[in-house]
Design a protein around this ligand. Structure first.
Ligand code: BJW
Length: 253
């Protein structure tokens, strides 16, 4: 260190110490992790839900009412994300995900964790890059990969039953995949539970940090702003994930 300014803040050093000493580390990410890549968040400044109504676009009823509108919105989302690249936060989490005892859980549907090389990511809310049958036919409930950009203007059909295909994303009011929830809940038994870039308001994901704390984990968050989890966690670090995670990584490595 050449000057005092370059010394990482004490809370960053403290969290690095906790992570470095931990056997099991669980990280839950949200839209803020991808913000520096140019992917819009949902609730922050410029967030999608400040311009669009979730009820019109991200519920099963919305798709039933106007499937073409919902399809076009996701086609636009896909084009937006296709132009984005993983940032330094994704890169650090990809390295950490390859360590024994680390579990990476994300609410993000952009797949930037995968593109950064993360392993075994628990994707709670699905993927923009997968489709499934809107009619829930037996063969079409298993999502299939579709990476076309742009998406066709007309909604494609389920290859199994001929019903509409839809984005394999968990909309409001829909259940998450039970095996994903089981994996995430199992990972709340850890030494350090870290939330990064999430407002922590959407359940069941928002409940995991509480569960983890109840089970004795040291809990921390990295976020630009105060969140619904701030009063619960043992340590809050204010700042961009793309800066704080590399700083932590340098201290741990
Ligand atoms: C930075 C940063 C930087 C910025 N560095 N940080 C009452 C009625 C009906 C339902 C409910 C109800 N009460 C509860 C529910 C259940 C509902 C829910 O939780 N609703 C709450 C909103 C109240 N949950 C569900 O419906 C879930 N299913 C379920 O529970 O099934 C059982 C059930 C059904 C019905 C009733 C009750 C139970 C499903 C939830 C699916 C969520 N899906 C979405 C949208 C997908 C559509 C799409 O992507 O197109 O997933 S919602 C949206 O929010 C998206 C996200 O994954 C999710 C979480 O958002 P996230 O990631 O936290 O983003 P933001 O924008 O909120 O926050 C970003 C943060 O980053 C901010 O804090 C910034 O400060 C920060 N930040 N830059 C670090 N550089």
């Amino acid at each position: 260190m050449s000057s005092l300014e370059e010394r990482p803040p004490d809370h960053t050093v403290k969290l690095a110490g906790r992570i470095g000493a931990a056997t099991r580390v669980t990280i839950l990410t949200g839209a803020g992790v991808s913000a520096a890549s140019g992917v819009p968040t949902f609730r922050g400044v410029g967030g999608l839900w400040r311009t669009y109504r979730a009820e019109d676009l991200a519920t099963p009823d919305a798709f039933t009412r106007d499937p073409q509108l919902v399809w076009e919105w996701y086609a636009w989302r896909r084009e937006t994300v296709a132009a984005c690249r993983p940032n330094a936060a994704h890169a650090v989490l990809a390295r950490w995900s390859r360590r024994d005892g680390t579990t990476l859980i994300t609410q993000n549907v952009d797949d930037l964790h995968l593109r950064a090389g993360s392993r075994d990511v628990v994707r709670l809310h699905g993927s923009l890059w997968e489709l499934k049958c809107a009619d829930h036919c037996a063969a079409g409930v298993t999502p299939w990969r579709d990476e076309r950009v742009p998406l066709p203007e007309r909604i494609p059909r389920c290859p199994h039953c001929g019903g509409y295909a839809r984005p394999a994303i968990v909309w409001f009011g829909e259940s998450l995949d039970a095996s994903d929830v089981d994996r995430a809940l199992a990972a709340t038994a850890c030494d350090v539970f870290l939330t990064v870039g999430t407002s922590a308001v959407v359940y069941p994901a928002a409940g995991f940090v509480h569960e983890s704390k109840r089970r004795g984990a040291f809990t921390a968050e990295i976020n630009m702003d105060e969140t619904a989890a701030s009063s619960t966690v043992d340590l809050s670090i204010r700042g961009g994930a793309e800066e704080i995670l590399p700083a932590l990584d340098r201290l741990i490595s």
